[in-house]
Every structure is written in C-alpha cells, then in structure tokens.
Design a protein around this ligand. Structure first.
Ligand SMILES: *Cc1c(COP(=O)(O)O)cnc(C)c1O
Length: 481
C-alpha cells in the first residue's frame, strides 16, 4: 500500500476555499521562517476517504472481532455512549466557561462521582486522572501528603509479585521504595510473606483484586487488617472492577483509596493511547487531600471548590477528560444497578466457560474458579518447539486478536485471557475451536504455527528492529520500507 504522500498529485485539493474578502498583504515574514518545501500531501476528498478506510481495514478492533486481551477489558462499547457524548451541549462546551454556563457538565461530573461512590463504597472521587497509572500516581501522592501531615516518614510500598507493572512504576515515580510480596500456590497473596514485610515503614499496600491471575483475594479483609495494624494505607488497583460491579464494594474489603479505569470497566473505547479516565476514590479522612478543584453542590448550583485545604494540587489541566466521563455516565445510566451486576456475573461466567474449554489443551497453572479473566500457559506446546508468541501470531490467521502474553510474569509462557461479558457463547466456542486447532497443529505441523501469521496484511514483523530503530518520520526514501 502506498503512503498518503505518494498518492499526492500537485495542485489537487479536497476543499474549495472562498475568495478572500480582504486584500492580500505582504506579511514580511523573516527569511529564516519561510518554508518552501512543506511536502504536504495534495489529495481530493475521495482520495483521503479511501486511504483511511483501507488503512482502517488493515487494523483490528473490538468492532471487527473478538479481542480477549487480558487485563484490558476490551468489551464492546455501546454506540449510544458516542451519541450522547456528541450532543452539541457537551461537545462544544469549553472549560473556560463560567460555572453558571456549564451547570449541565458539572452536574454530570457530580453525579458520575456519586455513582462511583455508590459502586465502590468510597466517600469521594476525583475525576481528573487520565488513566489508571495516572490514578495510581495521584493516590500515592495523596498518601504521601497524608503521612507527611501526620509527621510520618514511611518509605515502603508493598506490591504483590503478580501486579501490573504500573504499580511499582508509580511507586518509584512518587519517591517510594517497593517491596515485592510473593504469591502462594493458590495464586493469591501469601499472608505470611505479607505479615513479615509489613512494619512501621509501610506506607501503602497496593493490591489488585481480583488479581492479575483473575483470582479473587479472599483473604482481602485480613490483608487490609495486617496493613492497617501497622498504620499503613490500603490502595486498590481497581482495573479489575468489571468482575465485582454490584457484587462487592472495595470499601468493605478495607480499602482506603482506589482507582477505576473508565476506559475498561465503564466502556469507553481505548487502545492506541486515546483519552482515558482513571478516577480516584478515597475514604472520608483522605478527602481533604484530593486534587482541587472538586465539584460540589451548593443549594441548587454545582460549583468548583478550589478551597481544599491539604490538596495535592491539580493533576490534569481543567477537570480531566470530559468526553470519557460522558460515555461512562451514559453506560452506567443505561444499565442501571441490576445491569451493572449482570455485567460482572456474565464476565465471570464467560471467563470460567472459556477456561474450562481451553484447559483440555493448555496447561492451567492455577486451576480454581476464576473471576473475569484467567491465565493459561503454553508450556505443553513449548515442548514441541512452539512458543506462546507463535500461538498468538497463529490466532491472527484464525481472525482473532491474541490474548495478552508473557504477563503476569510469574507464569511461564503465559496467556492472559479476558473474554468480557459482551461476547456470545458462539464467539467463545469459535475461539476455543481455534485454540484447539492450534494445539493440534503444534503437534502435527509446528512449522505452520511458527511461521504465522500467513494471511494478515503484513507477516511477522521484526519486533526488536521496530523497537530499536522505529521510523517515525516520512522521508521519500522510506517509501519502499
Ligand atoms: C490497565 C491496568 C493498569 C493501568 O491502567 P492504564 O489506564 O493503562 O494506565 C493498572 N493495573 C491493572 C491491573 C490494569 O489492568
């Protein structure tokens, strides 16, 4: 396929501009700022539409097929979310509008925060953080400010070894030290290891529940008690809230602070680094540390309160990614409380159904009832010389997006699969069939798996070269790359 620059025809245009109504002026642009050769593509509207449509057809998304990317909750995003987010009143509102002129937007944010409080049992939320990792950083900054105010110099963040890489990254980014807590043979936090690590230097335990193996930490109440008994705080990485909506509230697990991923659980599109939402919820005693401003209701008016005594300050320009909030709000309103509970139940049912089917061909390192996702291993296939990477690439030939692979790090040849609640039994069966065929191929015709993918627009890429020498700027000489 040609690059858009190569399709350029000198003088071709996609728009008809009106004649200028003012006389041409000599701008006297200094020589050094003059650019002769901009090299912008010149195309008609239909050229552009065809170019981008054909590019989009080479891509894979939730709208084109099953996307069981573990830890990412790639659920189908109902299109009503988009319709509501593009209401002119929402779309055209400006963050510099005075409070009086943005009551609707403020009301939506206020109500969304209240729904999130209701769902999680937390006392207050900030909607500012733009992603989960950003929420983690925000939470830890608040913990730091809180401990400082109490006159305590606690340095350590305890993190289970199954945690998402963002947990230690956020901790270090916030100036803490991290201590790894081992996972036991049941796939949950080892209580003895935790008890041994927790002491008067413990600032925060960052825990993911259900954890990244898809297993519910059923000792969570005791885990929180251990941390609290040493004066530490419990932070929940709430990226896996999809498994718990309407069933259990993090507050009841002893959680002091947490983030949610609006772009996972609450159905706003993600992938490709687009705007996200990582609201952070806290219990009452931490409310005063939230990023200012917070949205409050005074009589019948919604206001932005900048007077938050111990606030860590703003963590995002304005109030966060508003469009994402509208989509999450729409999703919650559309489903209602029963609908949200159904989400969690069906997510868990789908995961367990698929796990049982795949267990026939693949190693299941933690063979227990899972929540919304599970981890299998390609170790059996590895014996035939077929790696998990090969299996992932072969899935592309069968029309599926591969699962998350080689994560969590504690499982060799890991494949982390999250089917989500929006997939039908037929889709799950088709995926299980493809996985079964690949397991057979690994035994009878391993070369076809090892050389996959065969039918995608590009064959297997050199991942190392792409990472080490990425071509990010067009030069005419690159056109044959
Ligand atoms: C996705 C995820 C994160 C990070 O969230 P982002 O929005 O990608 O920054 C953290 N922890 C877990 C368990 C996750 O699945």
């Amino acid at each position: 396929m040609k690059l858009i620059f190569e399709k350029s025809v000198s003088g071709r245009m996609g728009v008809t501009l009106p004649k200028p109504g003012v006389p041409k002026s000599d701008l006297n642009i200094p020589e050094e700022y003059l650019r002769e050769d901009l090299n912008l593509p010149e195309l008609s509207e239909i050229d552009v539409v065809r170019h981008y449509t054909s590019l989009s057809l080479k891509n894979f998304g939730v709208d084109s097929g099953f996307y069981p990317l573990g830890s990412c909750t790639m659920k189908y995003n109902p299109k009503i979310n988009e319709s509501i987010a593009s209401f002119p009143g929402f779309r055209n509102s400006h963050p510099y509008q005075p409070e009086g002129g943005s009551q609707g937007a403020l009301q939506l944010m206020y109500k969304l925060s209240n729904y999130l409080c209701e769902i999680t049992g937390m006392d207050a939320f900030t909607l500012q953080p733009a992603a989960g990792a950003h929420g983690e950083l925000t939470g830890l900054m608040m913990a730091k400010a809180y401990l400082k105010k109490k006159g305590e110099e606690r340095k350590n963040i305890l993190i289970p070894d199954s945690a998402h890489g963002t947990n230690p990254a956020s901790s270090v980014g916030c100036g803490f030290d991290t201590i790894k807590i081992e996972t036991n043979r049941k796939g949950t936090v080892d209580l003895e290891a935790l008890a041994a690590a927790a002491d008067e230097n413990t600032a925060v335990l960052m825990i993911t529940n259900p954890n990244t193996l898809g297993i519910f930490e059923k000792d969570i109440v005791n885990i929180s008690k251990i941390v609290h008994s040493h004066g530490g705080l419990v932070y929940l990485d709430g990226a896996n809230m999809n498994a718990m909506l309407g069933i259990v509230k993090p507050r009841d697990m002893g959680v002091d602070m947490m983030h949610l991923n609006l772009h996972k659980t609450f159905s706003t599109p993600h992938g490709g680094g687009g705007p996200g939402g990582g609201p952070v919820g806290v219990r009452e005693f931490l409310k005063d540390f939230l990023p200012a401003p917070i949205i409050e209701k005074k009589k019948d008016k919604y206001i932005l309160n900048y007077d938050v005594t111990n606030s860590i300050g703003r963590v995002k320009p304005f109030y966060g990614n508003f469009g994402v909030m509208v989509k999450a709000f729409t999703y919650i309103r559309m489903l209602g409380s029963q609908g949200l509970k159904d989400v969690a139940e069906n997510a868990v049912l789908n995961a367990n159904y698929l796990m049982r089917k795949l267990k026939e061909d693949y190693l299941l390192p933690y063979d227990v009832v899972c929540k919304h996702e599970f981890v299998i291993s390609g170790e059996n296939q590895k014996k035939d010389g077929v790696s998990t990477m090969d299996i992932a690439k072969r899935l592309l030939d069968y029309g599926f997006h591969p699962p998350t692979i080689y994560f969590p790090l504690i499982v060799k040849e890991a494949m982390m699969i999250e089917p989500t609640e929006t997939e039908s039994k037929q889709t799950l069966d088709e995926f299980a069939d493809a996985m079964h065929k690949i397991a057979e191929e690994a035994k009878t015709n391993p070369d076809i798996v090892k050389s996959a993918p065969h039918i995608t627009p590009t064959r297997r890429l050199d991942g190392v070269l792409a990472a080490r020498k990425p071509i990010v700027k067009y030069k005419p000489s690159d056109s044959d790359v």
